[in-house]
Design a protein around this ligand. Sequence first.
Ligand code: NAP
Length: 256
Amino acid sequence: MPGLLHNHIAVVTGAGSGIGRGIALGFAREGANVAALDINGAAAANTAADATAAGGRAQAFTLDVTDRQACRDVAGKVARDVGQVSILVNNAGINRRNAFTADADAVLKDWQDIMAINLNGVFNVTHAFLSALRAAKGRIVNIASIQSFMHVRTPNSPAYTTSKHGVLGFTRALAAELGKDGVRVNAIGPGFIETPLNERVRATNPELVKVFLDHTPLGRTGKPDDIVGPAIFLASDLSAYVTGSIVMADGGYRAI
Ligand code: NAP
């Protein structure tokens, strides 16, 4: 039986690690031809090789999402080497956990870097693939956060919360504008997912993880695979009448 993403070409940013890697592998399992993009080209290549070894189709491309021209260039390369993109997952992101009142230079650098990747990067990549996505009546899935709605008072960065509020706003604005073209735009709000993004916090601050879990009805942290199902849902025809939405995959964190 063909997979749920059979006949689709899917771009996933930040596909070399964590959630993006999980989504790229999951999409390939569902029959999509996957373009795995990451600033770390070797990590992207590793994801593409694993997808291929499992019987799927995938190719790797090196991309720093902060580089607008590089985003345009990679869109051209993907069109040439893979084909017309019909699914885009804006996943690449970083976090730094300095408070706003921390060292001024560090806070300024955090703000610039986080905005450049988490928010401007989403703009850059979406803009670069826009004409392909409109032509394909495609789907965009943005990786947002619990922090698209609130600030989580673990040691955390105001820039991260601001960027993720922005990702949700961008999702809604594009859904409104692109609906008439048949392009659906949605977001996923992951909870605390075990990836390299929070490896240091998990290793050094178990109490913080406990505070988080005490607020999570399912009582466990998530794994990248917990985000794969929602991503397949939003990228496939299963969600044909869903746009401008956010699917929370947070163990219930936002419910209480
Ligand atoms: P991750 O394991 O660190 O993966 C992020 C990937 O993005 C890495 O491969 C990273 O490469 C890459 N990347 C970083 N900067 C980039 C750039 N400028 N251009 C292209 N790629 C870049 O983190 P993750 O937890 O899977 O995070 C994925 C997304 O989920 C992020 O948007 C994050 O905000 C979001 N999210 C995560 C959680 C969570 O608990 N983990 C919760 C809510 C939302 P390098 O490793 O080389 O930097």
